[in-house]
Design a protein around this ligand. Structure first.
Ligand SMILES: *[C@@H]1O[C@H](CO)[C@@H](O)[C@H](O)[C@H]1NC(C)=O
Ligand SMILES: *[C@@H]1O[C@H](CO)[C@@H](O)[C@H](O)[C@H]1NC(C)=O
Ligand SMILES: *[C@@H]1O[C@H](CO)[C@@H](O)[C@H](O)[C@H]1NC(C)=O
Ligand SMILES: *[C@@H]1O[C@H](CO)[C@@H](O)[C@H](O)[C@H]1NC(C)=O
Ligand SMILES: *[C@@H]1O[C@H](CO)[C@@H](O)[C@H](O)[C@H]1NC(C)=O
Ligand SMILES: *[C@@H]1O[C@H](CO)[C@@H](O)[C@H](O)[C@H]1NC(C)=O
Ligand SMILES: *[C@@H]1O[C@H](CO)[C@@H](O)[C@H](O)[C@H]1NC(C)=O
Length: 435
């Protein structure tokens, strides 16, 4: 009997060594402007660190004159200090400083991405490392949207961005040898439109230096678009043609793989918000239906055409609201207030995306942003942080331990329009209960 137990233990150990090798990241994006919302402000005290492998703290900028992190001379804010101090309790948690944002465009980056001025890059690398170490950050996320983009950034910054990334990586490596500390993590957000990737990046020159590539796989649409769309669709719809057939996560990932990016560095962006539209005809409410324009802003998030997940839950509870599920995009949409339409993420669509991440050996997911989830559980009747929990529970779920979850077979995802060169595989699965 004892011998049998021993053998069983050995087998279990053996299996766990084989199958537990895969660890996924689930990153939580914290935006400090959520602290200032007049209604339902979000601050460091509300973070559930158990649900995150990384906290991405937004946003710092580069001071173009001194080439330092702006506000470097000042003390960090009270909330940031709390976040940094959480590492005392959560030993494996990584805190990442985010530089830049969509709104700051090329500000600061321009000064350190001029290919003729490598001295500036060097100075900045030194200043950045000093700053990260001083405050005990674990790394940096460059959120440059986007290098060389017309009307947003000088053209030369595309080439300069590659040089900057290479210099930063070298500096991080050197510093970790000298300081004998764990090497600082280097990550960058990456455009998630198939037609943008080669426009903004010399992709082959940067992929080997980045530890993670955070694909901005939300807002997969054109801003001028006058048709309803689930903005973070997993797969395309049959009647989407041309560029529209690539506005989905599978196409973006396939494109990056084709360009030589490594699957295990790609982190998929999940929006904790939806994009709303005012329908042209309230009876024509399928995805792809004509729309007059964006829907009304949310009471709390106050941005036209955007509702946070918890605001969507409020809308969904109204008795004239109708929720639907799109079988090809693999996501939900809601028709509400008679003439409005919103495509978004719920626990089920997050679950589908996590299966996709696992099936394709991607690195994991990040949620933009955690203040938009139902963080206190008061709006969605799904407990606190339903979306973050859906991400974490699937990415930490060991497929091989239970029998009620069986990967039946692998089918091939059929790529549309010949735009996607490399096809991805999609798991067939038996749904299981999420917590
Ligand atoms: C957010 O960060 C920016 C840049 O570091 C800073 O200027 C701003 O004061 C911060 N906001 C809050 C509410 O702490
Ligand atoms: C900044 O921090 C230092 C040391 O922690 C402290 O002595 C100083 O009073 C702080 N300054 C401000 C403006 O909070
Ligand atoms: C870099 O130097 C070259 C040669 O002097 C010049 O043609 C080019 O315009 C410069 N680029 C920038 C971004 O200053
Ligand atoms: C960069 O560093 C060098 C050497 O420390 C210094 O002479 C130079 O002024 C710095 N340049 C900028 C723009 O900070
Ligand atoms: C695609 O199908 C939907 C639903 O039938 C329809 O509303 C939409 O107009 C179609 N889109 C195009 C581009 O034909
Ligand atoms: C929603 O339900 C309530 C109670 O049943 C009813 O009074 C109200 O008119 C309904 N609202 C709409 C928009 O149907
Ligand atoms: C993912 O990794 C597993 C184990 O290494 C491998 O068997 C599988 O083919 C990979 N899947 C893809 C889509 O690359």
């Amino acid at each position: 009997m004892a011998k049998q137990n021993y053998q069983l233990a050995l087998i279990t150990l053996f299996l766990s060594i084989i199958f537990k090798a895969r660890c996924y990241v689930y990153m939580c994006w914290y935006v400090n402007w959520s602290e200032l919302r007049p209604i339902r402000p979000f601050s460091a005290d509300q973070i559930d660190y158990d649900l995150c492998t990384h906290i991405l703290y937004s946003a710092a900028v580069i001071d173009p004159k001194t080439l330092t992190i702006a506000f470097m001379q000042q003390n960090v804010s009270e909330n940031l200090e709390k976040i940094l101090n959480s590492k005392i309790k959560y030993k494996n948690l990584k805190i990442i400083l985010t530089i830049g944002s969509y709104d700051t465009k090329s500000y600061g980056f321009e000064s350190v991405t001029n290919p003729n001025d490598t001295q500036a890059m060097l100075n900045f690398s030194n200043n950045l490392v000093a700053y990260l170490r001083k405050f005990n950050f674990d790394g940096v996320l460059l959120d440059y949207e986007f290098p060389g983009m017309v009307n947003r950034a000088p053209l030369f910054t595309k080439e300069g961005f590659s040089l900057l990334i290479r210099k930063l990586k070298r500096k991080f490596k050197e510093e970790s040898i000298i300081s004998e500390k764990t090497e600082l993590i280097l990550m960058s957000t990456m455009a998630a439109r198939v037609d943008w990737i080669n426009k903004f990046y010399e992709i082959d020159k940067i992929i080997s230096y980045l530890d993670y590539m955070l694909l901005l796989t939300y807002d997969l649409k054109r801003s001028s678009e006058k048709r309803t769309r689930i903005t973070s669709a997993l797969f395309p719809k049959a009647n989407e043609t041309g560029i529209y057939s690539t506005f989905n996560i599978a196409s973006v990932v396939a494109k990056y793989l084709t360009e030589g990016a490594k699957a295990n560095k790609m982190v998929i962006g999940i929006p904790a918000y939806g994009r709303s539209y005012e329908l042209t005809d309230s009876l024509d409410n399928m995805p792809g239906a004509l729309a007059k324009g964006p829907g009304l802003p949310g009471l709390i998030t106050d941005e036209t055409g955007v509702l946070s997940y918890f605001e969507i839950c409020d809308k969904a509870q109204k008795n004239d609201s109708k929720k639907f599920w799109d079988e090809s995009n693999l996501g939900p949409y809601l028709v509400y207030d008679e003439k409005y339409w919103i495509g978004y993420e719920d626990m089920d669509s997050v679950y589908e995306k996590m299966l996709f991440i696992k099936a394709n050996n991607l690195s994991g997911a990040f949620l933009w942003s955690i203040d938009l989830d139902d963080f206190d559980g008061k709006h969605c009747s799904q407990g606190k942080y339903p979306l973050l929990k859906a991400i974490r529970s699937e990415l930490t779920f060991n497929d091989y331990e239970t029998n009620d979850f069986l990967i039946n077979s692998i089918t091939h995802f059929t790529c549309s329009q010949g735009r996607v060169v490399q096809c991805l595989q999609k798991e067939l699965y038996k749904p299981h209960d999420k917590d």
